[in-house]
Write a protein that binds this ligand. Structure first.
Ligand code: FEO
Length: 170
């Protein structure tokens, strides 16, 4: 059984994961528009991952006898000044999500809800990967910025990203 406070916080995180998908879909559309189809592919995979994150919260709330209550999803930006700006915005967003997950872990401890704490551990680990993946691309974009064809090379690499489903579902 979930406390009212935990249920509210889990629903809030579900909304943030849905916004993450919405934000990355908007970035995918931006990359599509500027003909960087590899970048668009990378972002579209990110959208699917975020929807999977949202589904984990949806399922967990129900498993614990709670009630999912969907809220409005914030409108994302639609334009960025450059691929680097978009990825920097993506990293800022992931840092925000990491903070939000950590705060949720704190609330689960305050409420002595250890099942929620264990459920959240998957997300704690996932956020390390989320920040690392985005940081790696930012580094490449900075490294290649003065190199002719650098953007094209990164685009080609990002075209190869495929969706990897997690081995264990939280
Ligand atoms: Fe669901 Fe990118 O964090």
């Amino acid at each position: 059984m979930l406390t009212a406070k935990i249920q509210k916080e889990l629903n809030s995180q579900l909304n943030k994961e849905l916004f993450s998908a919405y934000l990355y879909m908007s970035m995918a559309a931006y990359f599509q528009d500027v003909d960087l189809l590899g970048f668009a592919n990378w972002m579209n995979i990110q959208v699917k991952e975020e929807l999977m994150h949202a589904e984990k919260f949806y399922n967990f709330i129900h498993e614990r006898g709670g009630r999912v209550a969907l809220e409005a999803i914030e409108k994302p930006l639609t334009e960025w000044a450059s691929p680097l700006t978009a990825f920097e915005a993506s990293l800022d967003h992931e840092v925000f999500i990491t903070k939000s997950i950590n705060e949720l872990v704190n609330v689960s401890l305050q409420e002595s809800d250890h099942a929620t704490g264990i459920f959240l551990q998957w997300f704690v680990t996932e956020q390390v990967e989320e920040e690392a993946n985005t940081t790696e691309i930012i580094k490449k974009l900075k490294l290649m910025k003065d190199f002719p064809g650098g953007l094209y090379m990164i685009d080609k690499e990002l075209a190869g990203r495929t969706l990897v489903m997690p081995a264990t579902a939280a």
